[in-house]
Design a protein around this ligand. Structure first.
Ligand SMILES: C[S@@+](CC[C@H](N)C(=O)[O-])C[C@H]1O[C@@H](n2cnc3c(N)ncnc32)[C@H](O)[C@@H]1O
Length: 237
């Protein structure tokens, strides 16, 4: 998979892309992530990429011209590698579809994503209307820019690419897979400050442990996120 990110603050991505699992995924060539400075694509001689909104009002709006040019250039480059037809262009936007595990899983199957990070008051409406395949929000709050949302998306998507996480099972039993929250996890020591690990987990009986985990996951979901249970057709009563 290739992920291209268009932003006016490319340096913001350095720490996130160069640590931990995301860094290893790139080293293992499971994903190629390229961060582009939007200013590199403008024809404006002062590298200006924003302007005042027509009709008045506060703040600045990112211009359509550099964004269109960036997407065109990036997708034609990717097309050379046989990816162009499957390029999905996503605008990070508080008005978009709310990001969740299902969307992350769907996106992890794409060959090529282009993420556009807005800033200031947002982007020229013509970008939404004519360039973007999907608008995605990471929640009902407004951030200063699309950079943090893009990082959230990249993290959630990349770890779902086959081979990125070492243990295949660590994906299967995670929260939101099958609309359940994950069961409680414990590690050594079995006793800590008078608090004990449930005895069953120390028994070595894998069938019983699996059953316990399913029950706990269900109970937890019922208590904390009953809305998730309504989403699944297999409601266990
Ligand atoms: C200050 S926001 C613009 C908000 C816009 N004026 C509005 O009211 O819808 C600037 C940029 O941050 C990003 N952004 C802010 N909140 C976001 C969220 N919850 N999810 C995704 N992107 C967000 C978007 O890229 C947006 O263009």
């Amino acid at each position: 998979m290739q992920i291209d990110i268009i932003t006016i603050f490319p340096k913001m991505f350095d720490p996130v892309l160069n640590e931990s699992i995301i860094k290893r995924a790139q080293a293992k060539k499971k994903v190629k992530i390229i961060v582009h400075d939007l200013r590199e694509f403008t024809l404006n001689k002062h590298r200006k990429v924003d302007d005042r909104p027509f009709g008045g009002g506060s703040g600045m709006v990112l211009c359509a011209e550099p964004i269109f040019r960036a997407v065109k250039k990036i997708s034609s480059g990717a097309r050379g590698k046989g990816q162009g037809a499957r390029t999905k262009v996503i605008l990070l936007c508080p008005q978009g579809k709310k990001f969740d595990q299902k969307i992350a899983r769907g996106l992890s199957k794409n060959k090529h994503l282009i993420l556009i990070c807005g800033h200031y008051e947002g982007v020229d409406e013509r970008v939404r209307q004519n360039l973007v395949d999907e608008e995605i929000s990471i929640g009902d709050y407004v951030l200063t820019g699309g950079e943090l949302p893009a990082m959230v998306m990249v993290d959630a998507v990349v770890r779902l690419i086959p081979g990125v996480l070492g243990d295949k099972n660590s994906l299967n039993f995670e929260s939101f897979e099958g609309n359940l929250l994950e069961y409680p996890q414990y590690t050594r020591p079995a006793q800590f400050m008078g608090m004990n690990v449930p005895q069953l987990l120390l028994s070595g009986d894998h069938n019983k442990i699996e059953l316990w985990r399913k029950k706990e996951a269900l109970e937890r979901t019922r208590k904390r996120r009953p809305d998730l249970l309504l989403k699944t057709k297999k409601i266990v009563r």
